[in-house]
Design a binder for this molecule. Structure first.
Ligand SMILES: C[S@@+](CC[C@H](N)C(=O)[O-])C[C@H]1O[C@@H](n2cnc3c(N)ncnc32)[C@H](O)[C@@H]1O
Length: 295
């Protein structure tokens, strides 16, 4: 015979889990396990956006948590992120990286993210404002052949909506992998302008030098030279060039040099090319420091 205490606990568990009660009303065990159910509903964490907002980056819960946590670690390891840091995220989408940064950046620091995804930015601004007033999200209606084909403004002329010397750290996670060379060059310049002297910039690329040919990577085949930039950039689709872009190391070094950056550490190899053992992220990670050290 089970003691009453155990019986009560069992009854509670049966009602919560087996009997289909959960924090999601009307959810039975059958539909809890349905492939159609968005795990975000089951988890019930408002900072984990619903699937229709996550669709462009990570349907999978693993992808959401893993990616964000990784970038929080990289920012600590390579950029000196601390509670008082002022951080810029270029292309923040629906907050996959902001998610863990909530506990990394305190009220004396700040986080600013911008993106061309209007719906994602509206969602984030409303969500974060009450509990995390040091987090700000800004929308920019910029053209991108993949993410915003109806966008009005040309990104290669976009002035980041921040003052000079505003940030200690800037990062762009999987942004230059969806951007054409003129815009990438301009974004390096704008990042340099808005970073404080000596500020650190962490960004990811598909480094074309490591591409091993058709069928060798899961993202896509970089078989086309980007028209007008044959020496520096390849794309997977000529019809939709910003679907995926890969840059040569020389081109990346030039973006950095022209904007006044110097290499802050050896770059970290990515998994995408299949070329390296023990890769860090899916993509290559590069870290630069702005050369205007102190004034
Ligand atoms: C692969 S997602 C990465 C999102 C986010 N950085 C992350 O790590 O979860 C690429 C993002 O780049 C954004 N994007 C594309 N062109 C942009 C531009 N010119 N300026 C800012 N964001 C841009 C897209 O809207 C999309 O959110």
């Amino acid at each position: 015979m089970f003691p009453l205490r155990v019986k009560r606990k069992w009854e509670y568990l049966r009602r919560c889990v087996i009997g289909g009660r959960s924090h999601c009303p009307n959810m039975t065990v059958e539909n809890r396990h349905s492939m159609d159910t968005d795990p975000a509903e089951l988890i019930g964490d408002p900072f984990l956006p619903p699937i229709h907002l996550r669709r462009r980056i990570s349907h999978h819960i693993m992808g959401w948590y893993r990616w964000g946590t990784e970038f929080s670690c990289y920012l600590k390891m390579y950029c000196g992120l601390n509670k008082r840091s002022h951080v810029l995220e270029i292309g923040c989408n629906v907050g996959r990286n902001a998610y863990p940064l909530r506990s990394d950046i305190g009220p004396c620091g700040s986080y600013n993210g911008f993106d061309i995804d209007a719906e994602g930015i509206a969602y984030l601004q409303e969500l974060y404002a009450p509990g995390y007033p040091q987090f700000h999200f800004t929308h920019a209606d910029l053209h991108n052949t993949h993410y915003n084909p109806d966008g009005i403004e040309a990104p290669e002329h976009f002035r980041f909506p921040y003052d000079d010397d505003s940030f200690d750290i800037a990062f762009a996670a999987s942004i230059f992998t969806h951007m054409l060379p003129n815009t990438t060059a301009h974004y390096f310049n704008e990042t340099a302008r808005t970073l404080k002297p000596g500020g650190v910039f962490l960004c990811t690329f598909f480094v074309r030098d490591y591409y091993q040919g058709k069928g060798t990577n899961t993202f896509g085949d970089f078989e086309h030279d980007c028209p007008g930039f044959e020496q520096s950039c390849s794309v997977v689709s000529l019809e939709n060039p910003e679907l995926l872009t890969a840059y040569s190391l020389d081109a990346i070094a030039k973006f950095a040099r022209d904007a006044g950056f110097e290499k802050a550490c050896t770059h970290l190899y990515g998994r995408w090319s299949g070329k390296f053992n023990n890769p860090f992220n899916d993509q290559e990670i590069l870290v630069f420091r702005h050369g205007r050290i102190g004034t």
